[in-house]
Design a protein around this ligand. Structure first.
Ligand code: PNW
Length: 504
């Protein structure tokens, strides 16, 4: 009898009724891009250089095929086509970022660029006309060069420079933009330059500069949040959050469970605990560990800069939602004696003496760091809920990279299908409060040091064509179908796993 019940329950679960495959009412779907990756117009009007302009121009060999974002998708001129694509897909929202030096050419709010203001007003109004909500990221890595010359994210004064920029954007666009993301992926902002030297500013100084940056970027976020709270919230009723890049990290084998929990804190907690955890501050396990290591290394104090009591208070609870970017996973184990560890976060985690590996069944995607593990997104969502409570989570990026430009991108369709299914399970089975999902990315664009050699787009962009023609891929048709049905529906694919092309 018991066996029968178990078998029955198993069948019930595995067949998963159509009702279960519906997303909750009010769940929103979007797609994302970022300013430097799509805009082009690098020196148009009065825009000044960002650190990505300077980096790609000064070190062309750091980028695949020596390419850069000078023109990119030319969205600075072609934004109307982007809005049209967002409408074709049926998006509820479009997440894009603002270029700090386009809006504030001096880096400071002494002068606001008329051209920059006009560009973002056009884009925002164009979206709203089609019933698409603008979701704006304030900082997606293109810092004004002038501020970098003043120390960038390692200078604590940047917390006020960023807060001033945020206030300017809230004041100019807050009447129409109701969802703000302060930072995209502090882990990339602090670790890719300072731990690997691969992103600008390419000044590798692991264990020191990255940790200073980490503190400053969190405080900059919290200051912007406070400004919104005190000066704009009553008037505009919007929401402000921060977006983190989360690698799901699991133990390679059971004996490495404690270490892998520490690795999760390194990846997620370092950029979340101070804001989202009820106790605030750095993740205690890392705070202790880095203090202990620093002492052994001969430092007079921990390399991880402490928060003052006021800073802790400012940070704690400075969110309306958690922005989560998820692409890939790792397995962690303790490094063997003398084993060589590569730089965090693209390689291993030397700060905690962890080797990060991939499981054989996680198939590689187009980017060197990318292995496909759909269960990772669900595990990560559950971990966030366990750590920070029943917070509102907006998935701000998820998507698949490929090296070929085929329109029939069935690997990408499968990635979206598998990950959306895991998101549904997290909502329905685990009770995680996920309020929306964002595909990365709307159109192929400048993929940082991979240049244009790797693409993530729902739409292909012809970078050899001055018109930068955009063409829908199979994944665009698939995603449009999910949005239209507000559900995952196996009938969307025929027996050969081809998209039934009733949309787009
Ligand atoms: C994100 N990782 O970066 C960024 O927000 C986008 O600008 C970028 O184009 C997109 O993902 C794809 O790369 C990532 O190491 C940086 O797992 C690092 C990782 C993942 C994404």
């Amino acid at each position: 009898m018991l066996l029968k019940t178990v078998v029955f329950c198993f069948l019930l679960k595995s067949t998963w009724g159509t009702e279960d495959r519906k997303f909750p009412p009010g769940f929103k779907f979007g797609a994302a891009t970022a300013s430097y990756q799509v805009e082009g117009g690098w020196n148009a009007d009065d825009k000044t250089e960002s650190i990505w302009d300077a980096f790609t121009h000064t070190y062309p060999d750091a980028i695949a095929n020596r390419s850069n974002g000078d023109v990119a998708c030319d969205s600075y001129r072609l934004w109307k086509r982007d809005v049209e694509i967002a409408a074709e897909l049926g998006l509820d929202f479009y997440r894009f970022s603002m270029s700090w030096p386009r809006l504030l050419p001096s880096g400071f709010p002494d002068k606001i660029s008329e051209a920059g203001k006009k560009y973002y007003n056009n884009l925002i109004d164009g979206l709203l006309e089609k019933g698409i909500e603008p979701v704006v990221t304030l900082y997606h890595w293109d810092l004004p060069v002038r501020l970098q010359d003043l120390g960038g994210w390692t200078n604590p004064l940047i917390t006020d420079w960023f807060a001033d920029y945020a206030r300017t954007a809230f004041a100019l666009f807050g009447d129409r933009v109701k969802t703000w993301i302060t930072m995209n992926e502090p882990i990339v902002v602090c670790e890719l330059p300072y731990s690997t030297g691969m992103f600008p500013p390419p000044t590798r100084d692991p264990g020191v500069a990255n940790l200073i940056c980490n503190k400053n970027i969190l405080i900059a976020h919290a200051k912007a949040y406070k400004i919104y709270d005190e000066e704009f919230r009553a008037m505009y009723q919007g929401e402000v959050g921060i977006t983190n890049q989360l690698l799901w990290i699991e133990a390679e084998t059971e004996e490495h469970e404690e270490l892998s929990e520490m690795a999760r804190e390194l990846c997620t907690g370092m950029y979340s605990h101070a804001i989202f955890h009820k106790d605030g501050g750095w993740p205690p396990v890392l705070e202790k560990y880095i203090a202990m290591k620093s002492k052994k290394e001969g430092w007079p104090r921990s390399r991880l800069p402490a928060f003052t009591r006021e800073e802790k208070k400012l940070l704690k609870g400075s969110f309306d939602f958690y922005g989560m970017n998820y692409y890939t996973s790792r397995a962690a184990r303790k490094a063997r004696p003398g084993e060589k560890l590569t730089d965090w976060p693209l390689g291993d985690a030397p700060e905690i003496d962890a080797k990060l590996t991939k499981r054989p069944h996680w198939t590689p995607a187009g980017s060197a760091w990318f292995f496909d593990n759909p269960e990772g997104i669900r595990n990560q969502l559950v971990w966030l809920k366990k750590r920070y409570g029943d917070i509102k989570i907006l998935i701000t990026e998820n998507g698949y990279s490929s090296k070929d430009r085929r329109l029939d991108d069935m690997n990408r369709v499968k990635y979206y299908q598998d990950h959306l299914e895991q998101v549904l399970l997290a909502i329905k089975e685990d009770g995680v409060n996920v309020v929306g999902y964002t595909a990365w990315t709307l159109i192929d664009n400048f993929e940082w040091t991979d240049g244009y050699s790797v693409n993530f787009g729902l739409y292909d962009v012809d970078f050899n064509d001055p018109a930068r023609t955009r063409t829908a891929r199979a994944s665009a048709r698939y995603y449009a179908g999910v949005i239209k049905r507000h559900a995952l529906d196996s009938n969307q694919l025929d027996s050969d796993n081809k998209i039934l092309s009733d949309e787009l």
